[in-house]
Design a protein around this ligand. Sequence first.
Ligand code: FO1
Length: 330
Amino acid sequence: MAYLALTGGIGGTKLGLGLARVLRPDALSFLVNTGDDFEHLGLHVSPDVDTLTYTLAGASNTALGWGRKDETWRFMAALEALGGETWFRLGDADLALHVTRTQMLKQGATLTEAIRALSARLGVAHSIIPMSDDPVRTLVHTADGRLSFQHYFVRDRCRPQVTSFEFAGAADAAPSPALLELLPTCDGVIICPSNPYVSIDPILSVPGLAAALKACGAPIVAVSPIVGAAAIKGPTAKMMAELGVPTTAEQVAEHYRGLIDGFILDVADADLHGALGVPTRVRHSVMVTLEDRERLAAGALEFIKELSADLRPTAPLTIDDADDQGNCAQ
Ligand code: FO1
């Protein structure tokens, strides 16, 4: 069995780690948001890819939630002394990753190739795939005007009131070839409890990507990032309120309507079980310990297996059947 996890940001990475601990590298790949990527100080920074990479490598800064553990900050101190831009902090060891990736990209590697090589060098055995090799950049439309994602998120600390989102470049982007290669053997897709608007939607904005996920016929299960009326991590609930939608798990399920085959609710939202127009399961989804992450991962996989039994025909498929279902294994 082989699974694909869609993720971006710190909340999604928590479940990503749980999945990586219960599934061998040949049974799990990650498809990661690169809408947060940006050129900073002349370097290609890929925050969501790097947060996942460091986490799977056992090298993450758990206090910050991003960057490397045991980090030093001499570069930032020197930059500050020179009057450079310091609103986005790059640790000394983290800097080495951005420099190397930028160099690889300049020498002609695709983002998929650069991530594959660098994650392997950091000791990550699971496959980390960017949503696209083409630049797609999340722009946040706010009451204060249009902001690039990192300006909104880090420099302005998510303070501006959000009105909508734009994924610049998406129309001309293609899914990473590595994704299209693995989909024919995919048995289940997990949408991690990442921010639906700025972590998962950029992935789904790549033309043909959502259709390819759907067409491979494997169950797609999302884990709610909203518990009660609050986001487990980050600005999801604040964004929903500003967009004028209810800050509920039900609304997240609604957001993914047409894509997902199942939705995992937290125990705090057990009253919504069976009431969302999509099959649901109730699990403890607030991940504090490593065991919490593994337990939720196992719960998501169990749900996918149950859904597979419902979605997949029991009789073997004929070639005509596969054509009718748009089966991507052709
Ligand atoms: N987040 C911050 O809040 N402040 C920072 O200075 C910062 C630097 C940074 C450097 C490298 C990196 O990979 C991530 C970094 N992040 C920082 C996190 C990042 O901005 C966000 O977590 C994601 O883009 C949102 O998913």
